[in-house]
Structure formats: C-alpha cells, structure tokens
Design a protein around this ligand. Structure first.
Ligand SMILES: Nc1ncnc2c1ncn2[C@@H]1O[C@H](COP(=O)(O)OP(=O)(O)OP(=O)(O)O)[C@@H](O)[C@H]1O
Length: 265
C-alpha cells in the first residue's frame, strides 16, 4: 500500500513519530499579543491517527503549523521521528519538511496548471528525489484516480482534488501526514471517502496522521482525539465515536473551568 514500509512483523511502525515539548506560540507584540499555544507537550506513536479538536481560536491550526515546520514556535521543541525541527534556518526547515512531512489543506492547494500526475510527482522533484511515476501511479490508483492522470485540477470534483492532494502528500512516504480540516470543503460522501483513505493509510501502511477537524464524525475515524482550549491540551479520548466526541465538545468549556478551579485550589 502506497509503497511504504508498513508495520513489519517486528513492529516497524512503533516508536514516537511526533513529540512536542513545551511549545508556545505568541503572535504580535506588546499591545496586541496573542498566546496561540501556551505550553503544549505531546507524544504521538508511529502508526497513530490523531484528531485535534477544540473551539474556534483554541490554537488547532497553529499547533499543526508549528508541528509541521510551517511556522516556528516562540518557545519549545518539536521532534519528528526523533529529529529536531526547531532551531533550523528556513532552508534547513524546507528540506526537513520535504523529507519527513506531508500536509493536506482544506482548500487542496493543487497547482492549477499541472495535471494530476504532475501535481503528485512535484514533491519528489522538489526534494531532489527520483521521480518515480510507477509509485505515483500506484498511489493514485489507491485513491481511485488511476484514470485521471492527465486531468487538470479544475476538471475534477472537490473530493477528487482532495484525493490528489492526499496522494501528493503520501508519495514522499512522510513520517507524519498533517491534515488541516481536510474535509471542510467537501460534501458528506466525499468527506467519508477522504477520511477512509487517511484511515487506510494508517492501518495498511503504518502512516502517522494528525488531523484538525471541527466535525465529530471526522474525528471518529481517528484512534484518538486531543482537545485544545486556549492554546492548551485539556483532554484526550481514545477510540472516539462521533457521539462521544460531540458530547465532549458540548461540555468542553465546563471541563476547562473545572480543571482551572482544581488547579487554583
Ligand atoms: N498570524 C497570526 N497573527 C496573529 N494572531 C494569530 C495568527 N494566526 C492565529 N492567530 C491567533 O491565534 C489564536 C489561535 O488561532 P488558530 O488559527 O490556531 O485557531 P484554530 O483553533 O485553528 O481556530 P479555527 O477553528 O477558527 O480555525 C487565535 O486567537 C488567532 O486569532
């Protein structure tokens, strides 16, 4: 599957894929300071599928951007597959991202003038790696687009475009695939297809996926949910069902208040 080494008999997809230690992100300066992340620490095992949920403005996208090296934390450390991502200059960061990280955005972000195949092999080209069209074809087959290799993004539906974006993110066999609201622009059916693909990449290929979502149904495709509020992790849930996630989200504000009161006491 996806040509990536999966969890081998010796348990290859074990160990830590992502680690954050005391990550803070402060935007702006004195007058308009916003603390988007307020000391986030976490450890995600390889081969896990984690959803990140929380109210609007709680820091979900910032967390993903910092963890993926698209933005730099103000303080703290980010390690991907044991290698430190923080403290690098922009060139080193870009190289690091290209080698180890895949990213899927809500709005697909495909290049409009490149066809499906060209979009998918682009990350290999940019990373100076062999442009393995066989691998690209295999990955595109996996996402159900083997017949659309020569099509431009504008000739595809939103769901198909997002599947191309997933193929593009997986073709480099990243250590971690980050997805920020990957189903936010899709109808229910396409959303389920895309979530099923992410889930399959975890189960079949040992891929590690971290996904921000507002949708309890989307979160239920993950193995675990992390809850963020005011830039802090305030909860964790294993084997989430859509109902349990919706229920937890409804009571998140009360839970945070209770935690605050206990901490003050
Ligand atoms: N570039 C920026 N400059 C200043 N403040 C920012 C910037 N990006 C984010 N913020 C602020 O940081 C906080 C966290 O934003 P973030 O986008 O991470 O939240 P979110 O949980 O992803 O929200 P949503 O669910 O609405 O997308 C918010 O208060 C936001 O206004």
């Amino acid at each position: 599957m996806f040509g990536r080494k999966g969890p081998d008999p010796a348990g290859q997809a074990t160990g830590e894929a992502l680690r954050l230690e005391g990550v803070r992100k402060v935007y702006g300066t004195d007058g308009n300071r916003v603390v988007a992340l307020d000391g986030v620490s976490l450890s995600l095992p390889a081969g896990s599928f984690t959803a990140v949920m929380g109210p609007s403005g709680s820091g979900k996208s910032t967390l993903l951007q910092c963890a993926a090296g698209l933005d730099s934390p103000t303080e703290g450390r980010v390690l991907v597959d044991g290698a430190e991502l923080t403290g690098e200059n922009e060139t080193e960061l870009t190289k690091f991202r290209r080698q180890r990280i895949g990213f899927v955005f809500q709005q697909f972000n495909l290049l409009p003038t490149l066809n499906v195949m060209q979009n998918v092999v682009l990350p290999l080209k940019l990373a100076g790696r062999k442009v393995d069209r066989e691998l690209a074809r295999e990955v595109l087959g996996r996402v159900g687009l083997a017949e659309r290799l020569g099509h431009l993004p504008a000739e595809l539906s939103g769901g198909q475009q997002q599947r191309v974006a997933i193929a593009r993110a997986l073709v480099t066999r990243p250590h971690v695939l980050f997805a920020d609201e990957p189903t936010g622009a899709l109808d229910t059916r396409s959303a389920r297809d895309v979530l099923g693909l992410l889930q399959e990449s975890v189960h079949m290929s040992g891929q590690t996926v971290v996904m921000v979502t507002h949708d309890p149904v989307a979160a239920s495709f993950a193995n675990a949910v992390l809850y963020l509020a005011d830039g802090r992790i305030v909860g964790h849930q294993s084997a989430p069902t859509a109902e349990a996630v919706a229920e937890r989200m409804t009571h998140l504000a009360e839970e945070v208040e209770r935690q605050r009161t206990m901490a003050e006491a």
